[in-house]
Design a protein around this ligand. Structure first.
Ligand code: OAD
Length: 248
């Protein structure tokens, strides 16, 4: 099958010789696994639901069952789908490049299931739970997803270990992501609408630090004008092709 996108030879060369590469992924990377993105005007989660009803601490305090149900549904769906060729290609890039940092806004854990290690999760992970009063350690979410379990220490509701609107990102992950962006020679922004900060600042930071900025997305985003290369298409098609052409 011919590649759906022309990959410039110069980019292939840059990646082949790069010692330090970082990638930022968003919901688009998991779209081909069957998970919905957030901002697709037809099918996006935020086209059907209001984030302020489901993805804030206020919402959880107001109506914990409703918020729980939304995340339980997403957690269940996440467990039913499989990583796609884009996830596997990123894991392969991680094995090939001496210093590769994979930064994700996704909470689905599909990068890890595809074999990526040490993933920097900026927005948490839906397969974990923590105390809504932040009193205790993070635990695996394995109970009946319909019932909200209580914190064994303080009795408060447990909540998904994800970042909600208005909340700070996990400090260590954000620091690591900033460092990785600054140190990278090539920065890949993949399957993200690049509108949610601080994640969306990382590609700009990388570019300002001298990295070659590559965007992979079927649609243009606010980042596209700053990208050195815009590879227009699906990450599940472009990334495996990239790997094939770099290391064939
Ligand atoms: P969005 O839904 O905002 O953007 C998804 C992007 O993926 C869009 O730019 C699509 O064009 C692109 N896309 C769709 N299908 C694709 C495919 N097959 N291959 C590559 N790209 C594809 O999702 P995010 O940018 O991840 O935050 O959203 C960022 C954050 O906003 C999320 O982490 C979430 C959300 O509110 C929190 O919940 C805190």
């Amino acid at each position: 099958m011919p590649p759906s996108v022309e990959i410039p030879p110069r980019l292939l060369q840059d990646l082949r010789s790069a010692q330090n590469v970082a990638a930022l992924t968003g919901a688009g990377v998991s779209q081909e696994s069957g998970l919905r993105t957030f901002r697709d005007p037809m099918d996006g989660l935020w086209a059907q639901y209001r984030p302020e009803d489901l993805a804030t601490l206020d919402a959880f305090e107001r109506d914990p069952e409703l918020v729980w149900e939304f995340y339980a549904m997403r957690r269940l769906k996440g467990g039913q789908v499989q990583p796609n060729p884009g996830h596997y290609a990123l894991a392969e890039i991680g094995r090939r490049i001496p210093y590769f940092s994979l930064i994700t806004q996704n909470v689905d854990g599909l990068h890890q299931r595809a074999g990526s290690s040490d993933v920097i999760e900026l927005h948490g992970n839906i397969t974990r739970l923590r105390c809504s009063r932040d009193c205790g350690p993070v635990t695996e979410w394995k109970d009946d997803p319909k019932k909200i379990p209580r914190c064994p220490r303080c009795g408060a509701n447990l909540r998904p270990d994800v970042v909600w609107f208005g909340e700070m990102l996990p400090e260590i992950e954000l620091e690591r992501a900033i460092e990785a962006a600054r140190a990278s020679r090539v920065f890949l922004s993949i399957g993200t609408s690049a509108v949610v900060h601080p994640a969306a600042t990382l590609p700009i930071l990388a570019k300002e630090s001298g990295a070659c900025l590559v965007e992979i997305n079927p649609e243009k985003t606010p980042l596209t004008a700053s990208a050195d290369y815009f590879l227009q298409g699906k990450s599940g098609e472009i990334l495996p092709e990239l790997v094939r052409q770099i290391w064939r």
